[in-house]
Ligand binder design. Sequence first.
Ligand SMILES: NC(=O)c1ccc[n+]([C@@H]2O[C@H](COP(=O)([O-])OP(=O)(O)OC[C@H]3O[C@@H](n4cnc5c(N)ncnc54)[C@H](O)[C@@H]3O)[C@@H](O)[C@H]2O)c1
Length: 252
Amino acid sequence: MNRLQNKVAIVTGAAGGMGESIARLFAQEGAQVLASDIQFDKLLAWVQEFQKGSDAIECIQHDVASESDWQKVVEKTLQKFGRIDILVNNAGIYQPMETTEATSLERWNKILNINLTSAFLGAKTALPALKKSGKSAIVNISSIAGIVGGNGAPYSASKAGMLLLTKDQAIEFAPFNIRVNSIHPGGVMTPMVEPILPTDPAILDGMMKAMCPLGRIGEAIEIAQGALFLASDEASYITGAELVIDGGMTAR
Ligand SMILES: NC(=O)c1ccc[n+]([C@@H]2O[C@H](COP(=O)([O-])OP(=O)(O)OC[C@H]3O[C@@H](n4cnc5c(N)ncnc54)[C@H](O)[C@@H]3O)[C@@H](O)[C@H]2O)c1
């Protein structure tokens, strides 16, 4: 408890999946959280139920690909909580089979804008406040698709871009004691992948046993625990690092 006491965090893509798990865990650990998502009603529904009268989490509708939306998010966070110590760039989109051949330029730009340019815009817009914090952290949710191929060119390129965006900003922001790290989940059960997984639990089980040394799909909370560590002062000497959370999938 209280591993994020007195910290203010922005978490994007928080309407469900990993973003929801991260926002919930951060609030349970004492942070004040600005939770954002393009799906505002879905976000508001769990936050209202979770808070029961407290106001540790503030919600805002947010398209992470929009610079003007980022300005509103940062302004609202400062207005409501007065500071920003943590930025989690989590929002993203994925569809299977988005190969080079099958992808239009418009679709390529959309994936890159939501999955990668968003993290650049977030860091750039929050930077003055993160500098002021004196001890702040950015956590970028990339993917094992940013390390190994096979998940479609635009998605892989966006997630690999996130890896080096992280390392470059880690160097650029180090003089301000802003740490920047990335997380690389493997398969995790969230609304993003649920519709594309086999519905038969025995088939899913067999598939995961074949692909993953730990033999199962990950849970959103297992990614949130990694984000909590990297965002907290326990990771005070960790920057520019990539934390792979994939049950060993990329260890082979
Ligand atoms: N689930 C997995 O197996 C897996 C594996 C590796 C990486 N990831 C990455 O983890 C992150 C979280 O994914 P998830 O699995 O929780 O998926 P999810 O679909 O449950 O959550 C993603 C959230 O991002 C939001 N979003 C989409 N476009 C947006 C936009 N333009 N502006 C603001 N919000 C937007 C969605 O509304 C959604 O709530 C993503 O970046 C994803 O690429 C997921």
